[in-house]
Design a protein around this ligand. Structure first.
Ligand code: NAP
Ligand code: F7E
Length: 341
């Protein structure tokens, strides 16, 4: 039986990856942070199937202990302060977790189980102010946020441990991936949650920042398969994982309302742009500059050719299906919330 240690187990990707590995009959260990209230987050339904180990990416001792207990054959580092906007408010914590945390974990592997295979959650945010379109493994990096900068350190230290110590260490440069389990501060889930509330009559307006930003969006369930595939190869390497399509935030909004049977259209420009209900004329979407970022990543579009050719990976859930699944799920969740009041 293979064993795996997943950091960020209670996050979006951690929970989907745990499900995948359990299906493949791995013994799964999950690193969890201690909180004042016990909270397994997205891994709540897996509590009986996973062995949780308390630890923190900023604490080498706890990571060494996690390696000692788990003796993991495969280590997936998904833990991060992952919200880009927060990285300007907490740049030091973001760096300690997303950059130095990776070295802490690589050192724990090197000292305790150097033959363990390692996956690092790198990100398309490292491309930031994009130097070419589409972005591939050879595109130069230009991060635009403390998050992107910290992740770039994590990416290079992973490569460095591969080259210096022969650790089987891979980075997946994953483009945006979302799901029914996405945190509500990220734009997709913020939109689908608001659409559900507007549909059920408990919210009037959705306020957003830059709706012209373009993202290459996929479903997390597809993307965790690529993580696992990377660690099953003969040779450790880095791969871009993306859908190969890009859409404006505005398009996501429109499609989300459509999925809830609300026909809306945009009118006006800049901060005066609004989205109105075609039937009633009511304003459903507004711009609030408070959601603008100090430096924006305007366009992301990945080229997944290498992952498709070498890993045999292909995304299965389309953009439209992703939006539909998130909206329907949020309508169900908000409905439940309201019936409990
Ligand atoms: P997520 O839902 O925000 O999950 C992040 C996880 O990291 C949570 O379990 C969180 O636990 C944990 N964590 C945060 N700080 C920690 C610390 N100091 N020590 C231990 N654990 C800590 O993120 P996700 O969407 O699943 O993403 C997974 C990984 O992929 C992240 O590294 C993210 O940066 C990266 N990534 C994501 C995307 C995407 O589009 N989703 C794209 C590229 C890369 P708490 O609940 O305790 O905070
Ligand atoms: O923003 C714009 C915002 O916060 C997407 C993380 O998983 O993917 C994610 O980072 C876009 C940006 O994700 C709002 O300005 C407009 O252009 O959903 P997001 P992100 O910043 O792309 C990468 C790959 C990661 O690695 C990260 O961990 O949407 N936007 N209005 C807004 N964004 C938010 N959050 N809220 C708004 O109101």
């Amino acid at each position: 039986m293979k064993s795996a240690l997943i950091t960020g187990i209670n996050g979006q990707d951690g929970s989907y990856l745990a499900e995948l590995l359990l299906e493949k009959e791995y013994k799964v260990y999950g690193l969890l942070r201690r909180k004042s209230v016990v909270d397994y987050g997205n891994a709540e339904h897996l509590v009986d199937k996973i062995e949780f180990i308390y630890g923190d990416m900023t604490d080498y001792v706890s990571l060494a202990k996690a390696m000692k207990i788990s003796q993991a054959d495969e280590v997936y580092n998904l833990a991060a302060q992952s919200f880009v906007a927060t990285s300007w408010e907490q740049p030091i914590a973001t760096t300690q977790i997303d950059a130095l945390g990776v070295t802490n974990l690589l050192e724990a592997i090197r000292i305790i189980k150097p033959e363990a295979k390692f996956y690092q959650a790198s990100t398309s945010e490292m491309f930031g102010l994009v130097q070419e379109i589409p972005q591939s493994e050879s595109t130069p990096f230009y991060p635009r946020s403390p998050y992107g900068v910290a992740k770039l350190y994590g990416h290079w230290i992973t490569k460095n441990y591969r080259e210096s110590f022969d650790v089987f260490a891979c980075s997946g440069i994953l483009f945006n991936h979302e799901s029914e389990r996405r945190g509500k501060e990220f734009v997709t889930r913020k939109i689908t949650d608001a659409v559900a509330r507007i549909k059920l009559g408990v919210q009037d307006v959705l306020e957003l920042g830059n709706m012209s930003a373009k993202r290459d969006w996929g479903h997390s369930k597809d993307y965790v398969k690529a993580m696992w595939l990377m660690l099953q190869q003969e040779k450790a390497d880095d791969y871009v994982v993306a859908s190969g399509d890009t859409h404006e935030v505005r398009e996501f909004v429109k499609l989300a309302f459509e999925a809830a049977d609300i026909q809306m259209e945009f009118t006006g420009e800049g901060i005066n742009e609004i989205g109105i209900d075609k039937k009633t004329g009511k304003t459903l979407v507004k711009v609030n500059p408070k959601f603008f970022r100090p430096a924006e990543v305007e366009l992301l579009l990945g080229d997944p050719a290498k992952a498709e050719q070498i890993l045999g990976w292909k995304r299965e859930i389309s953009f439209k299906e992703l939006v539909g699944r998130m909206v329907q799920n949020d309508i169900k969740l908000v409905g439940k919330e309201l019936s409990n009041i």
